[in-house]
Design a protein around this ligand. Sequence first.
Ligand SMILES: C[S@@+](CC[C@H](N)C(=O)[O-])C[C@H]1O[C@@H](n2cnc3c(N)ncnc32)[C@H](O)[C@@H]1O
Length: 272
Amino acid sequence: MAHNPYWEGKVDKPVKLGSWNKLRQIIHENDVAGAVRHLADAVRRRLDPEWRRRMRGYAAKDRVDIDFDRRYGVHTWGDIRLDHLGIAQQDLERGNGLYRPIDEKLFWEAMSLLKIDPSEFNFVDYGSGKGKVLVMASRLPFRNVVGIEFSTVLHEAAVANLRDFHSTDKRCGEISAVCGDAIEYSPPGGPLVCFFFNPFSPEVWVEVLEKLRSSWQAEPRPLYVVYTNLRKVEELGTVLSDCDFLEPYALSQRVLVYRAREMGVPLAEDRS
Ligand SMILES: C[S@@+](CC[C@H](N)C(=O)[O-])C[C@H]1O[C@@H](n2cnc3c(N)ncnc32)[C@H](O)[C@@H]1O
């Protein structure tokens, strides 16, 4: 991986630069006018109360995330820009640009909306990063838990976390991490929970949902799509409501759940 002062090839935590080194980095990456613009933007942002409120929220989230890592003996905390992970430019635009571990509360809020017996279901985390969702899902008696992640650096971190994490209450079957692109991933058979923590652009969603649709058409079965977003689920737009093999199931401000329609309800192409 190319040398990057923000990252230094570590898979456990991003490297924080001091103010002087940050300034040197900004000047190094921009011409003088660009650096002045950059600094003026930074000052303007810091004066914006909404930005300050958000930053306080992220700092609080980091503290909770670090506590999670300590409890489970894993390294998942800290946001990392995907361009610092050697992801190709065309893929950066398809991903949401960022690795960010999910907030523990949000995961459990999503699970509480699913009124299912996990022991009948496989669980897939789409865009599984360093495997935090997989660690949490392992506490439920899912048949198997699997994560799909396209960054090899994050995937390797997930493999290490899954090997090392300590939990006295692991209740699922096999847990595994797959390195690959979600749009090429064929989901496992059997009843399925597909989990998404705001991983990618609407264009990728459409392709992933198409994959799910053909898997479900080949094997109609209970299938839930769980979308989570730290801010508001409205950010996703209409990709789920536009998908005619799915129907709305549950909604909160940060969680949106759709499920496959009951068998026998005709899909658009069958209705002619
Ligand atoms: C917001 S992070 C969520 C990480 C993890 N699910 C968690 O909650 O801790 C989104 C992840 O999706 C991954 N991602 C984005 N596009 C992807 C794609 N097309 N295929 C696989 N992974 C992708 C990113 O690399 C990133 O790790």
